[in-house]
Design a protein around this ligand. Sequence first.
Ligand code: DGL
Length: 284
Amino acid sequence: MSEVRDRPIGVFDSGIGGLTVLRALRRALPGEAFLYLGDTARVPYGTKSPATVTRYALEAADEFSARGIKALVVACNTASSLAQTALVDLARFPVFGVVEAGARAAVAATRVNRVGVIGTRSTVDSGAYVRTLEALSPGIEVHARACPLLVPLAEEGWEETDVARQVCEHYLADLGAARVDTLILGCTHYPLLERAIAAAMGPEVRLVDSAEETAREVARAMRVERLGRRLPPSAPIRFLVTDAPTTFVRVGTRLLGEPIADVESIELEHRLDLTDGELRARVS
Ligand code: DGL
């Protein structure tokens, strides 16, 4: 058991956005080592089909298995929405997804049983948040909205601009009209735009940050399963990327809030030889 406990926690994302989740995990679990994998060669996932995202996620899980981790956090909301079932079936370690954690927090927060969800096009089209919310709270009213322009705005560092505020107002008008009292930020990048989103929704609407909720759940599980570790705080993090690391380091440092070093370039393409039939059978 002690051997498993000594392994890092894996964090998987389509690119750099998952660093917001890693940042929350670092705060909740300061004594843990982390291995982050950003599939920067194949980002964005948010426009891709369930079969493609599932294949990418399974290839990443295979890489994590080979390197040895004690748990996997699927930071990418799109991967968590489309590939969670396939990952849980395949992985030999516990898999934590942001969708479950965010949905649970929203159900606890809403007073009027009306919740909004925003995410990438693929996350919203998958219906994963809606299904999870309805399973947790039958009768809940869910309003979902894809907000594809928010990812590039966050990556450009434009969170505090008028453009960001206008784009949020445009996207969120329907959710405001539907009078939701809770809004799930169902994408890795949205916590960075929290101010613009809050301004568009108004002060009565609670924003649920899936990153914070997931970090809390992982910390709780580590305690319960006695898998926790006590390294000196801020132990170095190892990063794996599938494309040249320059942009990852430049933009990522801002998202993570600490310097990024120790970045290794890896290849995930064709790591698993799943036929189309096998892949379809695994798509949730
Ligand atoms: N990480 C993705 C998510 O949270 C956003 C970026 C992408 O489309 O890959 O859904």
